[in-house]
Ligand binder design. Structure first.
Ligand code: TMP
Ligand code: ZN
Length: 411
């Protein structure tokens, strides 16, 4: 591993990577054969800041390499996620917006409008901020007000000037994408009303460590948050962590509620979460060395399984060309010799090659047309939905290969 060190994006302390996943392409950088020679790589190496507790990448590609006019991730592809965001929106409407006059809701990273549509449908004033133009266009075509920009303090000023301050700011699986977290926090403080609330949910560090779900680490996820690191990152901007709520989405997430300092009391759940994080050792450097060993063990076990199946001439197909799978295929060294193709329902990924590993991505119909012997469940965070849907595959004798929390072959 090269000597990878840098400065913490939040507190500016010196940080060093505790491991490297090696040369990594853009997680959503699905490509054609002719684009292979120009494929972009960077070193994927995570660090833990012992000063402020923020888990982060040392190096991250330029944002415009990841979020652009052909961003391959459309939130609304999962039925469970649609339901999840409908429930999230309904909770905001009943718990926070009820009784407020002409409230204004802003969502950062609103993607194709999966959450904001519920506000739009009820005639609630809303604004999405979504830098990836193609997904923002889908939202706009549904009548959801969306601007294509990166959120920061300056944009917050512009939004306030045009629409006034926000009652609620929302984000889901977005804050961990924003390298300038202090700028986002300052912008949020500017944009929120004095009694405003900010709620966001992101993959949770405690789950990642407990499950060795190292595939949460990829270019877009510049941070993996904990309650402790969120509280410390927002405090200098007079925003206080007042509630936390664990979520099962994305393999284990945490929903954080923040409010202008002193505007409302913190629930007991916040202190309880801080204490759980101390017990889990999330602020202890040794925890991350242990995590590194668990990643290495997981990689060895997965490759042993895939190599054995390949020697036996078994057909293995990947299920879900997820962003996370890019870390797994490249870190483990999975090739088209191990995995014939990856089945995915997203049209713009189909017919392309997976980033770095260059495994062909094919439409879902190819999976059902001739079931393979094994399906490698890259979309493990959607396991409940998928296993329910794929009972015919198992009835046919197909088996699942999973790797979170452990490498296992299951029916
Ligand atoms: P995500 O894990 O980043 O949410 O990405 C999920 C990917 O998996 C997305 O490209 C769509 C694909 N997918 C399927 O192909 N079939 C499915 O049943 C589900 C839930 C997802
Ligand atoms: Zn720090």
């Amino acid at each position: 591993m090269s000597n990878l060190s840098g400065r913490c994006r939040v507190c500016n302390a010196q940080i060093s990577a505790f491991m490297s996943f090696g040369r990594m392409p853009i997680a959503n950088g699905f490509l054609n054969e002719r684009e292979i020679s120009n494929e972009y790589f960077f070193e994927l190496a995570p660090a833990f800041c012992s000063q402020c507790g923020m888990f982060q990448l040392i190096e991250q590609p330029q944002p415009d390499k990841m979020f652009h006019g052909h961003y391959a991730f459309y939130s609304s592809t999962s039925r469970y996620m649609q339901l999840h965001f409908e429930n999230f929106a309904n909770k905001v409407i009943t718990d926070i917006l009820a009784g407020r006059r002409n409230p204004f809701v802003v969502e950062l990273g609103s993607n194709d409008g999966i959450m904001l549509r519920h506000f739009h449908e009820r005639g609630i004033r809303h604004l999405g901020v979504e830098p990836s133009v193609n997904v923002a266009d889908v939202a706009r075509s549904r009548g959801i007000r969306t601007i294509s920009s990166f959120f920061n303090r300056k944009l917050a000023e512009e939004i306030v000037a045009e629409h006034g301050r926000a009652d609620v700011m929302l984000a889901a699986n977005v804050m961990c994408h924003m390298p300038d977290l202090p700028g986002v926090a300052a912008g949020a403080r500017r944009l929120l009303k004095p009694d405003g609330i900010m709620i966001f949910e992101e993959p949770y560090l405690g789950d990642m460590i407990a499950k060795t779900s190292y595939d949460q680490i990829y270019d877009e996820h510049v941070y993996i948050f904990s309650a402790t690191s969120i509280a410390r990152a927002f405090a200098p901007h007079q925003l206080e962590l007042v509630d936390v709520a664990p979520q099962i989405t994305h393999g284990g997430s945490m929903r954080y509620t923040l409010a202008p300092k002193g505007s409302r009391p913190a629930t007991v759940r916040v202190a309880e979460q801080f204490s759980r994080e101390r017990v889990q050792g999330l602020d202890d450097a040794k925890t991350y060395l242990h995590f590194k060993q668990n990643c290495e063990r997981s990689r060895a076990h997965l490759m042993q399984t895939l190599n054995e199946l390949s020697e036996q001439g078994k057909r293995v197909v990947g299920y879900g060309a997820t962003s996370k799978s890019t870390t797994v295929t490249n870190y483990c060294g999975i090739t088209p010799q191990h995995v014939e193709f990856i089945s995915d329902t997203t049209p713009i990924k189909q017919g392309k090659l997976s980033p770095g590993a260059h495994i062909p991505v094919r439409p879902y119909q190819e999976f059902t047309r001739a079931y393979p012997d094994y399906a490698l469940l890259f979309a493990w965070n959607h396991a409940a939905e998928i296993r329910e849907k794929e009972q015919a595959f198992v009835a046919f004798g197909g088996r699942w290969i999973v790797y979170v929390p452990d490498v296992e072959v299951i029916s």
